[in-house]
Design a protein around this ligand. Structure first.
Ligand code: UD1
Ligand code: MG
Length: 467
């Protein structure tokens, strides 16, 4: 029997204490709901309906096309949400209906496929996923008698004996579409929350003597996220998966527990990550690069064999063999070509540092080009903002910018030109020239001892007067 999928994502997520719709909270850099949808899509449903309600617009915008949406205008429980989806489907009967909550980001396609496979030739009955948890509190419990599933009781509605049951309901089911609509219609909100519970359908089906199977899966895939503490746990678990997969592919990760990699990031084999790496967005770490300790990189590329440590990279490209850090900020539009360097306390924005050029210490360069092989002395700054506009600085190939040069943009320094240390450069410098802008040095011989002598005699005179 083919199946359609219904993903429940309309709830408030009240227990998250957050304005962001619960299913958009991120696990490894992606909304929880995206992880759930990946697992659902892996079972190849004929259609996927996402039930949205609270923050519907934000959810639709974040998830985008590729699924169908329907709106649950009032949050009347998981049973009601499922009912809304069936009404939207209209012809959902005759197929299996896979129901999955949107707040279980660790679920896998393999686990859901077990539901589909088990239910494949059933004409009636339900298959659900369960797990044995050391701490089952908060979850619905699977009530069995002699191994047969009788139904599900919610934590809040459970009596003391039922609370001690450690087998929990993962919230994922494969129902027969033909039966489901009728069963949902007969639900009553006679529970602690006054809601229509989809879990009660399981009891109805079992009560009719139809087959109900609960497939016990590993606890690592079932976590339902209702609080920020549970979200942090899920992130830790997702991280372990990701880091484990990378190590299996040949990435050296010095301390997996202190390495934070979004699922959207690529790390190539042969790279090494020291502790404190936070790699986010579309970041790519290439083969042989050594990153960290303590690097935050978002939407950035780190080239083969590059070395980056104690630094922040946002929308930056670091070429092969480059050297970045410690304490370097590379802001959007920064391109370090191969073999170049951005050293300690250097901030670069929208700046291209061409091959083998060096910006080794204490500089700010914005809206600039540093020509191939040029050297930018310590303390050099591009004065790129005149209070109204951002202006460009162009430094030619092989130029030598003296320490503490202020490059007042727009300005260009020719190939092979030199600027004197401490100069404020306001005019273009021709290729090969020296530009120096500071007063001539004056030498006054014997000044220091004469000054000391003057001081001492004045002091003695003053002391005499006081006596
Ligand atoms: C639910 C199950 C519980 C199970 C647990 C697994 C019920 C009654 N309980 O509890 O047995 O152990 O999941 O994680 O189903 N939603 C809607 N509309 C609503 C209410 C909820 O779309 O009116 C959505 C939520 O956005 C969420 C999902 O349904 O994604 C589950 O709701 P939630 O409130 O998290 O249920 P739990 O208390 O976790
Ligand atoms: Mg939940």
């Amino acid at each position: 029997m083919s199946h359609v999928a219904v993903v429940l994502a309309a709830g408030h997520g009240t227990r998250m204490k957050s304005d962001l719709p619960k299913v958009l909270h991120r696990v490894a850099g992606r909304p929880m709901l995206s992880w759930v949808l990946d697992a659902v899509e892996a079972t190849k449903p004929d259609a996927t309906i996402v039930v949205v309600g609270h923050g519907a617009e934000a959810v639709v915008e974040s998830i985008g096309d590729g699924v169908e949406y329907c709106i649950q205008h009032e949050r009347r429980g998981t049973g009601h949400a499922t009912q809304v989806a069936l009404e939207h489907l209209g012809d959902g009967t005759g197929k299996g209906v896979l129901v999955v909550p949107g707040d279980t980001p660790l679920i896998t396609g393999d686990a859901l496929q077990q539901l589909v496979d088990r239910h494949a030739h059933w004409e009636s009955g339900v298959v659900m996923l369960s797990a044995e948890l050391a701490d089952p509190s908060g979850y619905g419990r699977v009530v069995r008698s002699g191994g047969t599933v009788l139904g599900i009781v919610e934590d809040r509605d459970a009596n003391i004996d039922q609370r001690s049951i450690r087998e929990i309901n993962a919230g994922m089911y494969l129902f027969c579409g033909d039966e489901l609509a009728g069963d949902l219609a007969s639900l009553e909100p006679d529970n602690a929350q006054g809601e229509l519970y989809v879990t009660d359908v399981v009891g109805l089906v079992a009560g009719r003597g139809e087959r109900v199977d609960a497939i016990v899966v590993d606890e690592s895939v079932v976590a339902g996220i209702n609080t920020l503490a549970q979200l942090a746990d899920a992130n830790r678990a997702a991280r372990e998966r990701m880091v484990g997969a990378l190590m299996a592919e040949g990435v050296t990760i010095v301390d997996p527990a202190r390495t934070y990699i979004d699922a959207t990031v690529t790390v190539e084999r042969g790279a090494t990550l020291y502790p404190g790496c936070h790699l986010e967005g579309s970041t790519i770490v290439s083969e042989g690069a050594v990153v960290g300790p303590d690097v935050f990189a978002v939407d950035s590329v780190i080239g083969p064999g590059a070395r980056v440590w104690y630094s922040v990279l946002r929308g930056a490209q670091v070429g092969g063999g480059c050297d970045v850090g410690p304490y370097t900020t590379l802001r959007p539009g920064t391109i370090l070509e191969s073999g170049s360097k951005a050293g300690s306390f250097v901030e670069l924005k929208n700046t291209v540092v061409e091959e083998n050029a060096k910006v080794p210490h204490l500089s700010y360069l914005g809206d600039a080009r540093v020509g191939r092989g040029a050297n930018v002395g310590a303390g050099t700054i591009t004065c790129n903002y005149d209070g109204f506009e951002k202006n460009r600085t162009d430094i030619g190939e092989g130029a030598f910018i003296g320490s503490d040069t202020m490059l007042v943009a727009p300005v260009s320094i020719g190939d092979g030109a030199v600027t004197g240390a401490g100069s404020v450069i306001t005019e273009d410098v021709p290729a090969g020239a020296l530009a120096i802008e500071r007063s001539d040095q004056t030498i006054i011989a014997g000044y220091a001892s004469r000054k000391a002598e003057r001081y001492r005699s004045q002091r003695d005179e003053d002391a005499d007067k006081e006596r």
